[in-house]
Design a protein around this ligand. Structure first.
Ligand code: ADP
Ligand code: MG
Length: 464
């Protein structure tokens, strides 16, 4: 810090007084010899003598004060002037400068802390993984936006609550945190199904670590989660596709064998018929056998159609008009009574690439099942809309909703299996074929149903 130039008021004052004193002294000596005092006038000599005494007194006082001030300041450094510089003012000035400097540093540090905090917050806000931190008492201290999205919670509803209050004391999350705290070991990429308090079921992948400060003291735990629900669904679809391919290949082989054997039976039956007299009652039995064999042949043909390897012929299709046309065509072939039908397509749905023939078959099967589930009439809604994006994957969702009998929960897992049917004349191949066609389009299908309320089938098709 630069020193300010030092002015010394005592030295200047004393110098001035000395000059005045010497001038007065010279004047006094001169007047004593040359200027006679006029009768009745002022005695100049006596006046200058008095002035000299006063000036001498003042000089003495100034010198005494300067000496006193020096002692009080206890400054032993050699003086540059008559009295020491104004050290006190200087020190005060320096202290003020220091104070300003400290203030500047403090606000710079605060600004930096704010920057770091908002930087951290921005990172937490931007990451797609859910990040939750718990303190040592398992109270939620951080809950980023992604965690809210994945776990369907409001940040404000969970901050300050314990893990048990948010997820349940016996929940998998609480178990993971306890495990992490008790063993002190990080838990990486654990996958589990989570039942959210609102009743929803999701799949999440979780990593949990201990949260420590710089000195290594335990502050709590971090919980990082990613939503695996969609990935799991896709995984299931792929597994199902593989199973279906294997099943298709195996059963197609068996079906061909059956067909050959049935041909032999049919040939033998025809031979018996030819050798039997026309009025014999055996002809009735022969006819029954022939009918059963032709029904079986029909079934096998359908199954082979289903099991046959097909390459979809994909072409861009405008969903709105296409959907209307297909639903109308399908309903024409379904015997009445027809339900009340509504077909909608949201304007933001783009053209998607589908195999029109195959997709008509798929939609036709869903519409037919819906109509069959509402024998007394009801309401059928077919719609197309955009699904929320799944990562970079964008999808159009086609829904077929009926207000029919519904499907019991324990049956939902079986309806896509070939030959599963609850209808006396059903083949159980309709939904299996729908599933196959959807998979051929690299899409997904799921179903939601409530008994006596109705069923919703959702087909998600990728937008190329
Ligand atoms: N919309 C629906 N409402 C109620 N049950 C349905 C619906 N769609 C399908 N199902 C059930 O799924 C089974 C299998 O359907 P599907 O594969 O088309 O074979 P099918 O129609 O020949 O029985 C049906 O028998 C029925 O029990
Ligand atoms: Mg059917």
């Amino acid at each position: 810090m630069a020193l300010r130039p030092r002015s010394n008021p005592f030295a200047i004052l004393t110098a001035l007084l000395l000059v005045l004193f010497l001038t007065t002294l010279a004047f006094n000596l001169l007047t004593a010899q040359r200027i006679p005092t006029a009768p009745g006038g002022v005695d100049v000599h006596a006046a200058t003598e008095l002035l000299l005494k006063v000036l001498g007194g003042i000089i003495l006082l100034v010198l005494l004060y300067a000496g006193f001030a020096r002692i009080v300041r206890r400054d032993s450094s050699p003086s540059t002037g008559f009295v020491k510089d104004n050290v006190f003012l200087d020190v005060v000035g320096r202290l003020r400068d220091k104070e300003h400097e400290l203030e500047r540093l403090r606000s710079a540090a605060e600004e930096r802390a704010r920057e770091i905090e908002s930087y951290n917050e921005n990172i937490l806000r931007s990451v797609s993984s859910g990040v939750i931190t718990f303190n040592r008492e398992s109270v939620v201290t951080t809950f980023n936006d992604a965690a809210g999205r994945i776990l369907r919670f409001n940040r404000a509803d969970v901050i300050g609550k314990t893990c048990g209050e948010v997820f349940g004391a016996n929940s998998t999350v609480a178990g993971l945190l306890n495990r992490c705290l008790s063993t002190g070991e990080a838990i990486t990429r654990e996958e589990f199904e989570l039942y959210l308090p609102h009743g929803e079921r999701i799949w999440i992948g979780v990593s949990t670590t201990l949260l420590k400060d710089r000195e290594g003291r335990l502050m709590g735990t971090t919980f990082v989660c990613t939503d695996l629900t969609e990935i799991k669904a896709l995984q299931e679809q792929v597994e199902m596709r593989e199973r279906m391919t294997v099943l298709g290949q195996m059963s197609a082989g068996i079906a061909h064998e059956f067909r050959n054997l049935m041909g032999t039976i049919l040939g033998a039956v025809k031979l018996i018929a030819r050798q039997t007299p026309p009025d014999s009652p055996v002809h009735e039995s022969i006819q029954t056998v022939t009918h059963v064999i032709s029904d079986m042949d029909h079934l096998i043909t359908q199954f082979l159609n289903f099991a046959r390897k097909t390459d979809p012929d994909l072409k861009p299709v405008d969903m709105g008009p296409w959907l209307k046309r297909v639903v109308e065509q399908v309903l024409e072939q379904v015997p009445p009574p027809h339900p009340h039908v509504e077909v909608t397509c949201f304007p933001d749905v783009p053209r998607i690439r589908i195999d029109e023939v195959l997709m008509r078959q798929a939609l036709g099967n869903l519409v037919q099942n819906a109509v069959e589930a509402m024998p007394g009439g009801g309401r059928l809604t077919v719609s197309a809309g955009l699904r929320p994006p799944l990562g970079r994957r964008r999808e159009v969702e086609v829904r077929v909703i009926d207000s029919g009998a519904g499907i019991p929960q324990d049956r939902l897992g079986k309806i896509f299996l070939p030959f599963f049917t609850t209808k006396p004349k059903g083949t159980g191949l309709g939904l299996a074929l729908v599933h196959k066609i959807v998979l051929l389009h690299n899409g997904r299908i799921d179903v939601e149903s409530q008994e006596r309320k109705g069923t919703t089938f959702r087909i998600s098709l990728p937008i190329a």
